[in-house]
Design a protein around this ligand. Structure first.
Ligand SMILES: NC(=O)c1ccc[n+]([C@@H]2O[C@H](COP(=O)([O-])OP(=O)(O)OC[C@H]3O[C@@H](n4cnc5c(N)ncnc54)[C@H](OP(=O)(O)O)[C@@H]3O)[C@@H](O)[C@H]2O)c1
Length: 278
């Protein structure tokens, strides 16, 4: 089963992808991490998120190995450090990422978090790379609503296709203003740490609802995200069993009662909360 989300450019991407943070940090786990990513791609979770920061390039190299022979099936996302957000530095960082990823283009290149470099310059850098065919789309990460407004106020800023932020059933903050702001612009949100880094509360409605669907709290938390239009989730799974479990979350249709129970335990925001980061 798969589900897709439309970017503002009209292209569709899988709603359920895969993250890679903390991969490539332990040689004993490498085989299993590669196997997990490959399985995820086979199952259709073919949006793969990485960053130059992860393992200082080692995660990108691991992704290259995992997607070898399948590059065209993958929607490949990487991110630049804020200290590489200047026009020239961004071009150089992108070249290094492309080399490590063993590819000639990124499908999506994100600014990892807001830099002190003026946004005009970063947008110009992204647009240079897009015109040169080095990246197909660009976006941002960890941008709150006011940052998005600033971005859209600079020339070309509306070319941004997504914002990757911390969002899950236990952290509803972005629902107050960021998600509606992006939805008005037909821009999907990419939810990171969608299962709270594996630290969901041990007891509560997510587990209870899971029993109804023969699912874990993690699968319920993913289904909670995936039911929302314009939502991309990128769980990180370093074991094939976790990948299969996460994929099965696509089959869970939460009922209105389930959603009410989740809202009761984790009340939706009634005022602005500054965007959180992990
Ligand atoms: N833009 C940013 O600033 C930013 C920040 C954080 C993360 N991210 C991206 O978002 C991705 C996901 O976020 P995350 O890694 O922070 O956290 P996450 O995906 O919420 O949680 C990952 C943890 O959950 C465990 N897990 C995965 N599937 C499971 C399942 N079905 N059942 C039980 N446990 C499961 C994993 O264990 P195993 O590893 O053992 O499978 C791992 O410990 C990252 O990999 C990264 O690509 C971006």
């Amino acid at each position: 089963m798969s589900r897709h989300v439309k970017l503002p450019t009209g292209e569709t991407v899988p709603a359920l992808g895969q993250g890679t943070w903390q991969m490539a940090e332990n040689a004993n786990r490498r085989r299993q991490e590669i196997e997990s990513l490959r399985l995820g791609v086979e199952l259709g979770m073919s949006l793969v998120d990485t960053a130059e920061m992860y393992g200082e390039g080692a995660a990108e190299e691991l992704v290259a190995e995992a997607i070898e022979g399948q590059r065209d099936q993958v929607f490949l996302v990487s991110k630049a450090y804020p200290h590489n957000a200047g026009r020239q530095a961004l071009a150089q960082a992108c070249e290094r990422s492309l080399r490590r990823l063993n590819t000639d283009r990124l499908d999506l290149y994100l600014l990892h978090w807001r830099a002190s470099v003026p946004l005009e310059e970063t947008v110009a850098g992204f647009e240079d790379l897009r015109r040169a065919g080095k990246i197909r789309h660009w976006g941002v990460s960890n941008f709150d609503t006011s940052d998005m407004q600033d971005l859209f106020a600079v020339p070309g800023g509306e070319g941004c296709v997504t914002n990757q932020v911390l969002y899950n059933a236990t952290r509803g903050g972005p629902e107050f203003d960021l998600i509606p702001w992006m939805a008005e612009r037909h821009m999907p949100l990419m939810a990171y740490s969608p299962i709270e880094q594996g630290r969901l509360p041990r007891l509560g409605p997510l587990q209870e609802i899971g029993r109804k669907y023969d699912a874990s709290a993690f699968q319920v938390a993913l289904a909670w995200l995936l039911r929302q239009p314009g939502m991309i989730a990128i769980p990180n799974a370093a074991s094939p069993d976790h990948v299969r479990d996460n994929h099965r979350a696509l089959e869970i249709q939460l009922s209105p009662e389930d959603l009410q129970a989740i809202d009761a335990a984790f009340p939706p925001p009634r005022r602005k909360h500054p965007l959180e980061m992990i």
